[in-house]
Design a binder for this molecule. Sequence first.
Ligand SMILES: C[S@@+](CC[C@H](N)C(=O)[O-])C[C@H]1O[C@@H](n2cnc3c(N)ncnc32)[C@H](O)[C@@H]1O
Length: 278
Amino acid sequence: MSTNAQMKKDNWSEEAYAASASFVYSAKIVGKLLNSLKPEPTDKVLDIGCGDGKFTANFLPAIGSVLGIDASESMIESANKDYASEKASFRVVDCRFLEQETSIVDGSWDKVISNAALHWILRDESTRMSTLRAIYGCLKPGGTYVFEMGGHGNVAEVKTALLYALVQQGITVEQARETSPWFFPSDDWMRSALEKVGFQVENVELEYRPTKLTSDAKGGLEGWVRLMGAQFLEALHEEKRDAAVKQIGDILQTVVTRVEDGSQWLGYVRLRGIAKKI
Ligand SMILES: C[S@@+](CC[C@H](N)C(=O)[O-])C[C@H]1O[C@@H](n2cnc3c(N)ncnc32)[C@H](O)[C@@H]1O
């Protein structure tokens, strides 16, 4: 894989994330995932793709300690600023190469959790299985891995509009597909992959969860497209990006907008799972 093989640029920032995607880590949205964590006061937890720590903060009071890891220096800087303590630390790790982190992949963790990050991390086909194997290796025998991520069909409308905008600018369909930073697997794919690395799968499920976009002036659909779709937009010359974002907004206007109140919703499809190391 060429374009996605290296994390070239850090597109994340706490501010942009809060403006356009604060729902991702809201207690209401992550309720089912947190229930499956079943936090205990003695738990040593690894949070994969922890972002700016706001998701981690949801379960931090209920556990013993947490290490959050994320590829974004900017998100880890925010997490350390806001949440680092005796029981919480955060570190920059590109989880595509988690297996190389021998101080983390040491069979010492009671639980591994991940929210809204695995579809980015597993995009790179060449490291997909080694990352899952490393997650298995992190856990103690009897340990639990719980996750939620984009599943098959996630945000299909906006992904299609992003692909269209690129093709309209003369990029081939194949190249446009290659720029996608996401892998949205089915429940069947994930179950089989987890079993292949040794997990006993308790549950893997897909849920269609239409999600209301923020009404923040710097967020909304445009903010979401600029933040989450940054890698698509980077395939275009800089001067063409604003026009592409506008076109995507125009195409999606009637697709995502509810007539009763003008609110805008994306068709999120979540893939949730619980797997045990036995
Ligand atoms: C949508 S955010 C989710 C953050 C957090 N888990 C939450 O629920 O708010 C996705 C996160 O995945 C991280 N990410 C993407 N690719 C990654 C990789 N290869 N290794 C580690 N983290 C990665 C991004 O930096 C970003 O912080």
